[in-house]
Write a protein of this length. Sequence first.
Length: 371
Amino acid sequence: WTADLGGYEGLADTPNARLLERWTEYAAFSPVMEVMSSKNISPWNFDRNGPPGSHEALDIYKKYAVLHMSLFPYRYAAAQQSAKTGMPIMRSLVLNYQDDPHARTAKDEYLFGPDLLVAPVIDEGTQRTVYLPPGEWIDYWSGTSQSGARTVIADAPVDRIPLWSRAGAVLPKIPEDVMTLVPSSESGNTSIKSLDNRRVYEIVGGSSESPDTTITDFEGRTITRRAHSLKIDGPAARVTVRWRFGNVGSATVNGTPVMLAANADGPSIDFDHGTSSLVEWQEGAPPAPIAAPTPTPAPTAGAPTRGRRTTRGAANPPAPAPATTPTPAEAAPATTATTPTTPTAKPAAKPATTKKKATTHHHRRSRRKKK
């Protein structure tokens, strides 16, 4: 199931940036995300009727298009379940919570697959009420943990759709740099990153008290999450395990310590998965991002250089240079500083100038004596 993002029938104000922004966020959490309009609009002209130079709607579309693509394994697994059992990918709350009277009356929020709760914004506001079913839920954007079976007020700035994940859920994903599922061998396009053997398993929040979770991804791997471990069984892949909002201080893969990487979404590890991998971890302070090394400052123009000292102290100074103004290349202190044992034109010029002044002074004294 899907809808034409922004609506197919063009109106007088099409493209309406705010409408397209909110519809973009909603479309990202549907089986298919597409733009189609009788006015032939595209994301590149979503902002056409907005303030001059604005690209807010385009930026929001890019953000959610990337997220939608990264969730391909999650969507595909939900589609496989739908084909086998009839359970839809987009699920009214009452399908999962039939005995909950609040779930029965919830009309504009839904479960997307088994573990994501989506509450689209359908008016001009930047807040809305959301009913959270029983259980523990993690705000996907902030990491805030909230207990369910109650109604909350969710903040919804223009670039954010209210979104929760079940605490401790494992979301199968692909890296965010993948832009197409068509292999380059079929499309002939080598400039766009296509689907490869990299797979991401994102663990969202949770604690040691969170219930065990077992899922099967779209390629048939079985992933079992327990309090401090993740077991992966199935086809080989280059695997990233990411703890979204997790406090992980150390981790091992099949008993071997691995390095934790720090990023904006939480600590992660990368490894080559064969047929069976056991990831175990200990809670603790996550690693801090590695700061870029501070570049060594270049010598300033006024700083003394070794080249000058070497020239002055030489037993046999080089022959005086012609009495001309040094070129910029000769005057650059960086050149003399990097080659202190090989005097350049500038250090040689200074002794020659000094010597010339002394000779001139002596010549004047000689002329006075003759007078």
